[in-house]
Design a binder for this molecule. Structure first.
Ligand code: ARG
Length: 467
């Protein structure tokens, strides 16, 4: 697929009637979008076939011309798919490249295709179709990622790890529970994707340049043929709206933020200092100088892709924010942002799904870390409330003294002799040692949505049924 970049001075074939000479080379350079919007070829051709079919059905063009147009468009589709199509930069964009080729293939009938439409509604249509398909793909990919987490959560419903706040050991949790936190996050991303598909499910074609058209078109027919729920209701809004692209980018940015937090955790967990997980060679690389190293490059790149996606969101919001209604050429800059973000998001989700399934979990390391840092201090306080009838604030104070004592002796809470504990509060009995283990701690947290293995299993069942 060679780009024709020759600078000729002949006037443009498609809109050149009013122009004496061709565009300056720099004009052609800044104006052309074919370099990236050729990605929309399949949507452009589908849209044109639906439009031509409707025009013939409404008696606006003849059935004979429609047949020629449809046949020609299908020929172009296979030419492009097989790499036998020469894209021309002088023809600016995908719409005019296709139409010019159609004229070569079928002659004057090609000129009837653009009746009752404009490139403004055409590009809105092509791009919406593309974003809709991308959202559908994203929904599938998120479902695979969620499934990977559900499997790991099931496997590790009982594996104890430290739960953190401020990245300081807080309370023991289960690794299954931690995995299920990501299921919630990616589940929300997936429902945002589903809502976005509903929002954009309106067909723009037939809004024409901005005002609609005097031809007796049937927009409901084209909407149906193209798989949209209904046509858009305001022609001005239709050609000036890029909310669907911005929604895609916002969803991508939020999902990217989730993926990046996960990536960050994998980076931390896979350090020798943590040693909670190990990535196989499939998702890590070595260092060219330090033979002992195994670097989590894939996770780091997922973290970085998020920066690109955020950039695209901000770029498109900025492009759109000052535009008067309706269409302005600024809007041509929407596509590269969305294409780039979509590619980054796809890569990030797929790479993460791979890493979640691939990582080896070191449950012994996690359990050892879970018990350190006085992580069961809250359990001691809760025991004092429950068994000794102390108000929580007093129990908190007593526990604080026990932690300070253990710290000064360089031991764990469970290693303090009963006499030491009773010196702090006389009502403490040897039953307290039952709640000072990490297993007892997590098993006790049975509140709805809590970390107890029994609760984690309920949440796994909920999500399995929800898919
Ligand atoms: N390539 C253009 C775009 O992507 C197509 C629409 C052009 N419309 C126009 N009035 N010049 O936005």
């Amino acid at each position: 697929m060679a780009d024709d970049t020759t600078d000729t001075k002949s006037s443009n074939q498609m809109w050149g009637g009013r122009f004496a000479s061709g565009p300056d080379a720099i004009m052609e350079e800044i104006n052309a979008s074919i370099g990236f919007d050729k990605k929309l070829f399949a949507q452009d051709i589908r849209g044109s076939i639906a439009h031509a079919t409707m025009l013939a059905h409404q008696g606006i063009i003849s059935a004979e011309d429609k047949d020629k147009i449809v046949h020609g468009l299908n020929t172009i589709l296979s030419e492009i798919e097989s790499g036998n199509f020469e894209f021309s930069r002088q023809l600016e964009d995908i719409h005019m490249n296709v139409e010019a080729r159609l004229a070569t293939l079928i002659g004057p009938a090609a000129g009837r295709l653009h009746t009752a439409r404009s490139r403004n509604d055409q590009v809105a249509l092509d791009f919406r179709l593309w974003v809709k398909e991308e959202l559908q793909k994203t929904e599938q990919m998120l479902t695979h990622l969620i499934a990977a987490f559900l499997d790991r959560a099931e496997e590790h419903a009982e594996s104890v790890m430290p739960g953190f706040t401020h990245l300081q050991t807080a309370q023991p949790v289960t690794f299954g529970h931690h995995c299920m936190a990501y299921v919630e996050m990616f589940g929300r991303d997936r429902s945002r994707v589903r809502h976005a598909i509903e929002h954009l499910d309106e067909s723009p074609i037939g809004a024409a340049a901005l005002a609609g058209t005097g031809y007796p078109i049937d927009r409901h027919m084209t909407a149906k043929a193209l798989g949209f729920r209904e046509p858009t209701r305001n022609s001005i809004d239709t050609v000036s709206d890029r909310d669907f692209a911005i929604e895609f980018l916002s969803i991508a940015a939020i999902a990217g933020m989730h993926l990046s937090r996960l990536a960050e955790e994998i980076v931390i967990w896979s350090t020798p200092q943590f040693g909670f997980v190990r990535l196989s060679d499939a998702f890590s690389t070595g260092s060219s100088i330090m033979p002992q190293k195994k670097n989590p490059d894939a996770a780091e790149l997922v973290r970085a892709k998020t920066g690109r996606i955020n950039g695209s969101l901000v770029a498109l919001l900025t492009i759109m924010k000052g535009l008067p209604l309706a269409y302005s050429k600024d809007m041509q800059e929407d596509k590269e942002q969305v294409f780039d973000a979509a590619e980054s998001l796809e890569l990030a989700i797929v790479a993460m799904t791979g890493m979640v399934r691939d990582m080896t979990v070191n449950t012994a390391r996690m359990k050892a870390a879970a018990g350190s840092g006085y992580s069961t201090a809250t359990d001691l306080a809760d025991w004092l409330v429950r068994e000794a009838g102390l108000p929580f604030r007093d129990a908190h104070h007593v526990t604080g003294r026990a932690v300070a004592l253990a710290e000064s002796k360089g031991c764990d809470l469970a290693e303090l002799p009963l006499s030491d504990l009773q010196a702090i509060h006389p009502d403490i009995t040897d039953k307290v040692y039952d709640v000072l283990t990490v297993e007892a701690s997590v098993a006790s947290r049975k509140s709805f949505g809590g970390t107890a293995p029994s609760e984690v299993r309920k949440q796994i069942a909920f999500w399995r049924a929800r898919n």
